[in-house]
Design a binder for this molecule. Structure first.
Ligand SMILES: O=C(O)C(=O)C[C@H](O)C(=O)CO
Length: 273
């Protein structure tokens, strides 16, 4: 089952109702036991999905009709992050174990399935013209980038899995995980945009009664979404993306578009907000 979302114009965010904003940018129903649920956004043709094998044996990545393909990765590449308990991603039947917040990259042309009771796999896919192999990223083996400061309540660790020059190659996809330090609240502060790429954040590790206030829109006319655990937000290339949590959280960030250069971003000064 795959829902399709159309691309949107910057000005429309300013006048959208709360329900319209949520319907366009928030993805709130990705994870269901024994299912793969997907959303196709026309923003850089990214697909985001949730796969929850739930002890049912291997759960294969299906091929939604909208892809008009023999199999899901016929013309696509895939990023995977496990946001649940331990599990395995099977690539052409070869198992790769992923613990909580570990990630994987699967290049074009391969067949993928998922296994593990308690595992919840978050998937992000972009169009691909070449096969860049398979890689597994264990969060505790990746050197984090330390960001933020205590005065700004923004201390966090950014783990880069697929991120362009110096990282594992990809056609379009960039992928990683950011974990907010205890006592801090902000991600991506000061914020930025990147005119050449779309970005999607999947918020995870939030308590049931916690929320992230996610900021989106053009800098001078931002809006917000209240986001729960396991929900994702689509940021078109014109939109800032930043958030503050009411409790501890982490998020998976993923981008696709014109280039794979993580450092190619357009900072937004706080004075512009
Ligand atoms: O906390 C942060 O800062 C991030 O994680 C930033 C994301 O990686 C991002 O938005 C990259 O464009």
């Amino acid at each position: 089952m795959m829902e399709v979302r159309q691309a949107t114009a910057p000005a429309s965010a300013e006048t959208a109702t709360t329900a319209e904003l949520r319907g366009r940018y928030l993805v709130d129903d990705l994870f269901a036991d024994g299912e793969v649920r997907a959303v196709y956004t026309h923003e850089d043709r990214m697909v985001l999905a949730g796969a929850v094998p739930a002890g049912t044996g291997p759960l294969a990545l299906p091929t939604p009709d909208q892809l008009r393909a023999e199999h899901f990765l016929e013309r696509r590449e895939l990023g995977v992050v496990n946001v649940g308990g331990p599990g395995e991603v099977l690539v052409d039947d070869e198992p790769h174990a992923l613990g909580t917040l570990d990630g994987a990259y699967v290049g074009r042309g391969r067949r993928v399935a998922f296994r593990g009771d308690g595992a919840r796999f978050y998937l992000v896919s972009a169009g691909a013209h070449a096969d860049h192999g398979v890689a597994v990223f264990r969060r505790d083996e990746v050197e984090p980038v330390e960001l933020g400061d205590q005065r700004g309540a923004s201390v966090r660790r950014l783990y880069r899995y697929v991120w362009g020059p110096g990282g594992h190659p990809s056609c379009q996809l960039q992928l990683g995980v950011t974990v907010i330090a205890e006592g801090s609240v902000w991600n991506t502060m000061p914020p930025h945009r990147h005119d050449r790429r779309t970005e999607v954040y999947l918020y995870t590790q939030l308590a049931d009664d916690a929320r992230v206030l996610h900021v989106l829109g053009e800098p001078g006319r931002t809006r917000h979404l209240w986001v729960r655990d396991g929900e994702a937000v689509i940021s078109p290339s014109w939109s800032v993306h930043a958030g503050a949590g009411t409790g501890p959280y982490a998020f998976v960030w993923a981008m696709a578009g014109e280039n794979t250069d993580y450092g190619d971003l357009d900072p937004v000064a706080l004075e512009a907000l």
